[in-house]
Design a protein around this ligand. Structure first.
Ligand code: SAM
Length: 347
């Protein structure tokens, strides 16, 4: 028996001061007990800002006519990821607005190239597609699908014009898991009009879904969106949600998202690492298109390898040599590095 409050105890969302320190320390201890001091380290490449959705909170929404739209090129990304990726990266996440064209023209060939030429695990975050495209992505070699449910309350989801229909988003999460994908989902904390009931509904939905991981991102008012004048989601609220998620599911992969830096300038990201996160992401999107991948504002806080490694070290953590892909496949024995060494020895 423990006298610690359970993850869903009333008041944890608002915890501050000593109570908050205790909550975050418990989350870090839970992550440590399951994953040790290791954090997974992946790269993200953002390959298209075309989007057929119109989410009120997102700068890439289709009604944002001020945005120059781009699609990245296979050869450039392949060159970057095969020959110039940071040594610490074990996985790559290919992310885009909801753009089936880029999936067919760039993402599928890129996944095949990466699986052939590198030991990288491949995640994708491409929105709601269709069963045939999901199968093609799997066959090409991607195993992890990141698809946030965004908002658990169907009415509020519709009000925020979140992607497609709520029911469809949930069905797709279930379909992906049934088809063997490791699915990571997530929600936004601090959206305008969000209350404690909405937030608790997010936890309840997350634990009912067949997930391998889940994220919490602070709401960042997006440039040229209907919510551009709304306040930024609170860093304390976001971190408390991360801690509660970790206590709810010690076995999940929970990322420290780069937006923690915007919600908590100077300390938000490191605080995320100290609150049970076990995945970090280095942004490798080519500089010339990066600013047009507009979730929030043009002036982004880019997580470079240097910044990420410094934050990890400062929190007494170390980069995992095992890829997320290997972790999910249950290959606990050998890391990417050890496999690469074995391949060299085997000639
Ligand atoms: N189109 C894909 C999808 O719908 O999953 C992936 C790209 S989408 C831009 C990636 C994520 O950005 C969304 O799941 C959403 O949660 C997040 N996002 C967009 N605008 C945001 C904002 N203003 N604040 C916080 N998160 C935001």
């Amino acid at each position: 028996m423990t006298d610690e409050p359970s993850w869903d105890s009333p008041g944890l969302l608002e915890a501050r001061g000593k109570a908050q320190e205790k909550l975050h320390a418990r989350a870090a201890t839970a992550a440590n007990a399951r994953f040790g001091r290791k954090v997974f380290l992946r790269a993200v490449v953002e390959v298209s800002n075309h989007c057929r959705e119109n989410c009120s909170y997102c700068g890439m929404r289709r009604d944002n006519r001020a945005l120059a739209r781009f699609r990245a090129h296979h050869d450039k990304l392949a060159e970057l990821l095969i020959h110039h990726r940071p040594a610490s990266v074990t996985d790559v996440n290919i992310q885009a607005g909801e753009d089936p064209v880029v999936v067919r023209e760039v993402v599928l060939p890129l996944i095949r190239t990466l699986r052939r030429e590198t030991p990288l695990g491949v995640s994708v975050c491409l929105g709601t597609l269709n069963a045939a495209l999901y199968n093609e992505l799997r066959t090409a070699g991607a195993n992890i699908y990141i698809i946030k449910f965004e908002i658990a309350d169907p009415k509020y989801y519709a009000q925020m014009e979140a992607p497609g229909r709520w029911e469809e988003r949930i069905e797709h999460i279930q379909l992906l898991a049934e088809k063997g994908w490791k699915v990571s989902s997530g929600f936004i904390a601090g959206l305008p009009g969000q209350n404690a009931r909405h937030l608790l509904a997010n936890f309840n939905l997350a634990r009912q879904l067949p997930l391998a991981g889940c994220s919490v991102s602070p709401f960042i008012p997006g440039e040229s969106t209907p919510l551009s004048g709304a306040p930024t989601g609170g860093i304390d609220l976001t971190l408390n949600c991360m801690a509660m998620l970790r206590l709810m599911r010690p076995d999940w992969v929970i990322p420290a998202v780069s937006a923690l830096n915007l919600a908590g300038p100077g300390s938000g990201y490191r605080r995320g690492l100290a609150t049970g996160a076990n995945l970090v992401t280095i942004n490798l999107t080519p500089a010339e298109v990066r600013d047009d991948y507009l979730l929030y504002k043009r002036d982004r806080f880019i997580m470079t390898e240097e910044r990420i490694l410094a934050a990890i070290e400062a929190e007494g953590l170390t980069p995992s040599r095992q890829s997320l892909d290997e972790f999910y496949r249950g290959q606990v024995g050998r890391s990417t590095e050890e496999r690469a060494e074995a391949e060299v020895v085997a000639g």
